[in-house]
Ligand binder design. Structure first.
Ligand code: HEC
Length: 105
């Protein structure tokens, strides 16, 4: 019985951690929508594949250029996850003719 309780406790704790984590990611997403859309599209942001360190530098560079970031931490959690250098590089968007679209970035 004791071990069952331990397992339950472990499961509950994991659930809480996952919930907190997804809340943090959600805040990162909201921060991105708020702070990173004034000067370029989010495609420019989300098509990057950077390490956590490079994202930190990138965020600071954008803040230096005037990005209205309210809270840097959620972005630092979100962007390296969303656009990690461990992920494959995204395919360019194709037009109906199968030709890659010209980017306006
Ligand atoms: C004040 C305007 C401005 C805001 C706000 C802004 N950026 Fe940028 N960003 C730029 C400019 C200018 C460039 C470089 C020119 C280009 O390629 O369009 C750029 C380019 C980038 C690039 C491409 C790599 C590079 O460094 O050139 C990334 C990634 C990026 N921005 C991320 C972000 C993120 C993340 C945010 C939100 C925290 C953000 N930007 C908000 C102006 C801005």
């Amino acid at each position: 019985m004791k071990s069952l309780r331990l397992v339950l406790a472990a499961l509950l704790t994991t659930g809480t951690v996952v919930a907190a984590d997804s809340q943090m990611l959600q805040r990162g997403h909201e921060e991105e929508q708020h702070s990173c859309v004034q000067c370029h599209s989010l495609r420019l942001v989300e098509s990057q594949r950077l390490s956590r360190n490079s994202w930190a530098k990138e965020i600071d560079k954008m803040i230096g250029w005037g990005a209205p970031v309210r809270d840097r931490q959620p972005l630092l959690n979100y962007l390296p996850r969303q656009s990690s250098d461990a992920k494959p590089v995204p395919q360019p968007e194709l037009t109906g003719s199968g030709v890659p679209q010209k980017s306006n970035h």
